[in-house]
Write a new protein. Structure first.
Length: 177
């Protein structure tokens, strides 16, 4: 299974970005091959998970460096940002992530929404098949163009590029200490 990136080194963040890129390439190929939808959705989830691990690891590493101990077990970008705010600390990495998260045009804001939607019960109602009389769990059909479509995969690529820039922008702050 997935292992935790090395928090003390930016190498762990590069690993996450590498695996996200690798899995996204596999997802693109799977869409072309018309692989089973369940496999494609699993690949999409794996890409998003690796992508989201990057800003989470950045903030958790900053929290350890600035001794914000409340952030140790948190995995939500919003919750991590609040711990710095509650501690009265203006940390450059947290500021960069929070600015990105608050900008609806930023790929990181889209990624945060995708991850939060995965834990939301309405998100569980999405099914790859239309509703049927025989199965009450099939609440509504997914829009085929929304998930796994060209725009969806392009957003994931934009997110990869954005997170690579964010990782590079945050490296100098980590080296100061």
């Amino acid at each position: 299974m997935a292992r935790k990136p090395r928090d003390a080194e930016s190498g762990g963040l590069r690993e996450r970005l590498y695996f996200a890129r690798l899995l996204l390439d596999e997802l693109d190929q799977g869409v072309v091959r018309q692989d089973p939808r369940a496999r494609l959705l699993a690949l999409r989830g794996a890409v998003l998970s690796h992508l989201y691990a990057v800003p989470v690891a950045l903030l958790r590493r900053s929290a350890a460096r600035y001794q914000v101990h409340e952030a140790g077990d948190l995995i939500s970008l919003g919750a991590l940002a609040r711990t710095f705010e509650d501690a009265g600390m203006d940390v450059p990495e947290a500021r960069l992530v929070e600015q990105a998260r608050q900008n609806p045009d930023d790929p990181l804001a889209w990624l945060d929404e995708q991850m939060l939607a995965g834990f939301d019960s309405p998100g569980l109602a999405l099914r790859p098949e239309p509703p049927s009389e025989n199965n009450d769990l099939l609440m509504r059909a997914e829009d085929e163009d929304r998930m796994l479509g060209e725009q969806d995969r392009a957003r994931m690529r934009d997110c990869l590029d954005r997170l690579e820039r964010l990782r590079r922008d945050c490296e100098p702050h980590g080296e100061e200490w």
